[in-house]
Write a protein that binds this ligand. Structure first.
Ligand code: NAP
Length: 261
């Protein structure tokens, strides 16, 4: 069964880091609502034509935009390309992110610091910065709020697992910087919310043995990892002006009870 958010039809939705995992499941969920959706990754996924055709068949429009968001130039190029294709932005989903690697404190060097913070912090800041005029315009033109939804993490609350201190801190930074954006951009008709996943079964956890996976599952009240598809409805809710037009500055933890703030 598919959740229904009729006001998302024709909305222009950019989902960063959406060649697989949570981003792809979310992009596909928006397509099922009839939205116009931008997929992004550093390079096109293997079956990009099939993915786009599936999204069209389900009622949406979709296009893929290659851009490496670890650089500010990449963020600017992505926004320019999406706007050139769809004419503006109504919803920005800052999903691109990841561990980069695991390093304990003693092993963190400048290159690792830059790689983790560029991917998880710079990408969100700069993509949002370049999207801002388009989001303002969307709100002004439509009379409905535009929406920025960033992907936080349980690690942003807890500090992160082994070797993931910088990753956890960068997600906490996201949780925090949204508060400033709420204070200074709400009057422009833009809402800022965060979806904060727990442990979701994606390539993100490819480094884990079956034993570690079992141990983590046992620590989750739901007894299992989440599925990427189970994250998507939270983004639909925050994107829908009808459902969440008075909701901003919030973190929605989707984690099977793994962490309760
Ligand atoms: P994933 O399956 O590894 O997907 C990551 C996506 O980001 C891919 O589409 C990847 O595409 C893209 N990406 C990576 N580097 C990029 C860059 N420099 N520029 C543009 N795109 C880039 O990860 P996921 O588990 O779905 O995670 C999605 C988000 O959820 C991340 O922000 C992650 O931190 C967060 N999160 C995940 C979990 C979890 O348990 N899975 C938990 C909490 C938070 P390319 O490789 O093609 O560039």
């Amino acid at each position: 069964m598919t959740a229904s958010f009729p006001d998302l039809k024709d909305k222009r939705v950019l989902v960063t880091g959406s060649t697989m995992g949570i981003g792809l499941a979310t992009a596909q969920a928006f397509a099922r609502q009839g939205a116009r959706v931008g997929l992004n990754g550093r390079k096109a996924p293997q079956h990009v034509d099939d993915i786009l055709a599936g999204m069209h068949a389900n009622g949406g429009q979709a296009a893929f935009f290659a851009a490496d968001l670890s650089s500010s130039d990449g963020c600017a190029q992505l926004i320019d390309a999406f706007v050139a294709r769809f004419g503006g932005i109504d919803v920005l989903i800052n999903n691109a992110g990841g561990l980069v690697g695991r390093k304990p404190l003693e092993a963190i060097d400048d290159a690792f610091f830059d790689a983790v913070t560029d991917l998880n912090m710079r990408s969100v800041l700069m993509t949002t910065r370049f999207a801002l005029p388009h989001l303002r315009e969307s709100a002004k033109r439509s009379g409905q709020t535009a929406s920025v939804i960033s992907v936080g993490s349980i690690a942003g609350h807890t500090g992160g697992g082994p070797g993931a201190s910088l990753y956890g801190a960068s997600k906490a930074w996201l949780h925090n910087i949204h508060k400033n954006w709420v204070d200074f951009h709400t009057a422009e008709g833009i809402r800022f919310n965060i979806v904060s996943p727990g442990t979701v079964d994606t390539a993100f956890h490819a480094d884990k043995t079956e034993e570690v996976r079992q141990r983590i599952s046992a620590s989750i009240p739901m007894g299992r990892f989440g599925k990427a598809e189970e994250m998507a409805p939270a983004f639909l809710f925050f994107a829908s002006h009808v459902c969440s037009g008075y909701v901003t500055g919030q973190i929605l933890d989707v984690n099977g009870g793994q962490y309760m703030p």
